[in-house]
Ligand binder design. Structure first.
Ligand code: SAM
Length: 193
């Protein structure tokens, strides 16, 4: 396929941004697919900080890491990504969010606009120049469109001198397909919250 699917493209961007020894963040661990992907990229000297508010997701992520003998490369936290600065005070190379609900779980536990934006803002401060934040935006569920619109409003207003903001989206797919937003920090700055 010439044009990468959204999830493939997210992985391509993460691969480009992350080197061995880097600190990375999976902001919505869920079943742990992205945590495992990042754990493979950071090597034995790097770390993935994985966040999720559901015990089920934390357990699933830990199991996935253990099954792949990579648990030493990740810190899996049962806490909201909006609290990222409580845990990380080093520069981050990459972060990924999958907005929405955990597939196969309670569809009412979803990411929310305020906390998502708070986490993006904190991560932009922690991000190193050349680092990337990738958001895969699922918006078909209840509340999904509000979150999508608020996130788009927030990222569209980031200053282009400091952050490059990309939207990657298939335009002819039915049933609210996910799309991707990528934020690349191109110059050091500090955003006041
Ligand atoms: C679309 S799922 C993530 C899927 C995941 N990337 C995977 O590989 O399976 C979204 C996840 O975000 C979690 N979540 C919701 N609000 C959160 C918050 N404030 N902080 C961290 N995780 C949150 C949900 O519990 C859910 O597991």
């Amino acid at each position: 396929m010439m044009i990468e699917r959204v999830i493939q493209y997210a992985q391509t961007l993460l691969k480009r941004a992350v080197s061995e020894g880097d600190i990375t963040v999976d902001a919505t661990a869920g079943n742990g697919h992205d945590t495992l992907f990042l754990a493979n990229l950071v090597g034995d000297d790097g770390y993935v900080y994985a966040f999720d508010i559901q015990k089920q997701a934390v357990d699933a992520t830990l199991h996935r890491l253990l099954d792949n003998a990579l648990e030493h490369r990740a810190i899996v936290l049962k806490d909201g990504h909006e609290n990222v600065t409580k845990y990380i005070n080093k520069q981050v190379a990459a972060a990924i969010f999958n907005l929405g609900y955990l597939p196969g779980s309670n569809h009412e536990i979803v990411t929310k606009p305020n906390t998502t934006i708070q986490a993006i803002e904190s991560l932009l401060n922690l991000l190193k120049v050349g680092g990337i934040i990738v958001l895969v935006v699922y918006h078909g569920h209840e509340g999904g469109k509000d979150e999508r619109d608020e996130v788009i409003r927030y990222v569209s207003n980031l200053p282009q001198k400091y952050v490059h903001v990309l939207r990657y989206e298939f335009m002819n797919q039915k049933n609210d397909p996910p799309f991707l937003i990528a934020l690349e920090k191109v110059k050091e700055y500090s955003i006041e919250s």
